[in-house]
Design a protein around this ligand. Structure first.
Ligand code: BDP
Length: 333
């Protein structure tokens, strides 16, 4: 009798997943996504939309748990390394730290490359942007680029007023983990500091470890940095897109069919994030201006000076990509 019961138990345990999805294929899998931004931030909203779409289209076979606020990895370099060894499944990161693993990505984030946001999106949605995304996987980095998100333009903010590059001399400026960005600040006469996660910038400024940082309006506002560094200079030096990355290992976890669904869902969240971005960029600017931040709009001459000082980066990081840079600059003209 005991034997019969045991056999019955084994039979039921084996058949449950078969009955559950009717095909006898894999049962459900839960994957993890890391995000440094808080709840309600445009990229976090897009992460949740991505998770929802995936759950819906895979009919529950794939669940994605979103961890926002940098609770899993406060530094994006840490999350990228975790993706590479298969310890993490997805990370929404900035393209800036990814360039350390896929150097070609520096080309699409060179300072003063785009005329405006529309220009950037025309490039990212066109053949160059899509090839760059594919290049992430082709590079053998263990990473897969699923789609881009908007992150607007980055600007310097400091504890003392900065108008032109002459005011940057000797200032310690926190940057993303990307040597090109460090070189950018050094060319302006400042000192680039890396290794500080975006969630730690506020305290690093408050404690005097750094004199400022650089970012877009929403991060400046949401991380509270505007309270510590209330001088914001609208120099718009870079437009660095966000990237939703997957670990290549996800393909083995979900199988070919659901992997295609995942890639499709990610692409579908791009326009949603861009819409949310436009709203938040405006509301964040309004919020910090109302809080008393001093915004300086550089003159055309000052902007030209920033631009000419950063020109050597095109030679160093754009070497071998001259045609692509020219094509980017001509896009939309
Ligand atoms: C923000 C990006 C975020 C980066 C952060 C940074 O959305 O992914 O981590 O900048 O400066 O704009 O580290």
């Amino acid at each position: 009798m005991k034997k019969v019961l045991a056999l019955l138990f084994v039979f039921v345990a084996v058949m449950i997943p078969v009955f559950a999805n009717g095909t006898g294929e894999t049962s459900s899998v839960t994957l993890t996504l890391s995000e440094v931004h808080t709840e309600g931030y445009p990229t976090t909203l897009a992460d949740y939309r991505f998770a929802e779409l995936v759950a819906e289209r895979t009919e529950g076979r794939v669940t994605i748990d979103v961890y926002s606020g940098g609770t899993l990895y406060g530094e994006e370099t840490g999350s990228i390394e975790a993706l590479q060894i298969g310890d993490l499944d997805f990370a929404r990161v900035s393209a800036s730290p990814v360039a350390s693993y896929v150097p070609a990505l520096n080309v699409i984030q060179l300072p003063y490359l785009y005329r405006d946001g529309d220009h950037m999106w025309e490039v990212l949605n066109g053949p160059i942007g899509q090839e760059m995304l594919e290049e992430i996987q082709a590079s053998g980095s263990g990473l897969v680029g699923l789609c881009y998100y908007d992150a607007g333009a980055r600007n310097f903010y400091t504890t003392t007023p900065v108008h032109g590059p002459e005011d940057m001399k000797g200032l310690k400026i926190r940057l993303q983990n990307n040597p090109m960005m460090v070189d950018m600040v050094e060319l302006l006469g400042g000192n680039g500091v890396t290794g500080i996660g975006p969630n730690e910038v506020y305290s690093a400024i408050s404690q005097g470890t750094i004199d400022g940082a650089e970012n877009n309006w929403p991060t400046y506002e949401s991380m509270g940095d505007y309270e510590a560094a209330p001088y914001f200079v609208l120099d718009g030096h870079t437009r660095v897109p966000e990237i939703l990355l997957a670990s290549e290992n996800v393909i083995n976890k979900v199988g070919a069919e659901d992997w295609e669904i995942i890639k499709e869902c990610a692409k579908e969240t791009q326009d949603y994030e861009i819409e949310q971005w436009a709203l938040r960029e405006k509301s964040s600017e309004e919020k910090v201006v109302a809080a008393g931040v001093t915004v300086y709009q550089p003159t055309a001459e000052e902007l030209a000076e920033y631009q000419s000082l950063m020109a050597p980066l095109y030679e160093e990081y754009g070497a071998g990509y001259e045609d692509m840079i020219e094509e980017i600059m001509n896009t939309g003209l």
